[in-house]
Design a binder for this molecule. Structure first.
Ligand SMILES: [Fe+2]
Ligand SMILES: [Fe+2]
Length: 164
């Protein structure tokens, strides 16, 4: 079972990546006017999500909401405290300014994610009436009202997307 557990984890990563990649490809196909191809990418992306969720469930990695919140806090905290900072430094050292920016955006937003998850863990019921807005430029995630100007990337209010 040890080998299969590792295989499931690897398969989960691959399917998750394929899902996001195909959604990006679908957007590009839409932009280029290939509506049918865009739809095909979205259909396959949907199927990859099913595969990813099936693997994740089989790994026993979907637990109670409290446990899932703790796992999410751990993951976000790892990203902004250990993963992204050295990556940002590497990008800076290599003069890869585009990467430095996307890594910086993610790093800043992961701090907010950890904070939001922590709040939810402390008081799950308080969160039922909250609205969320996500900045489509940097991923900044805010409660109740989009910011006039994104606090992380300075994008205007119109760039925030309401999450249903
Ligand atoms: Fe995050
Ligand atoms: Fe932003």
């Amino acid at each position: 079972m040890e080998k299969t557990r590792k295989n499931l984890s690897e398969a989960f990563s691959g399917e998750s990546q394929a899902n996001r990649k195909y959604l990006a490809y679908a957007k590009k196909a839409d932009d280029e006017g290939y509506k049918g191809v865009a739809k095909l990418f979205r259909a396959v992306a949907e199927a990859e999500t099913i595969h990813a969720h099936n693997h994740l469930r089989e790994m026993g990695a979907i637990q109670s909401t409290s446990e899932n919140l703790m796992s999410a806090i751990k993951g976000e905290t790892y990203e902004f405290s250990a993963m992204y900072p050295p990556m940002i430094n590497d990008a800076k050292a290599e003069g890869y300014s585009g990467a430095e920016k996307t890594l910086y955006f993610a790093n800043e937003v992961e701090k907010i994610h950890a904070h939001l998850f922590r709040g939810a863990l402390n008081n799950e019921s308080q969160f039922k009436d909250v609205e969320y807005y996500v900045c489509t430029i940097c991923g900044n995630t805010v409660e109740n009202n989009p910011q006039e100007k994104c606090s992380i990337c300075a994008a205007k209010k119109e760039f925030f997307k309401k999450i249903d």
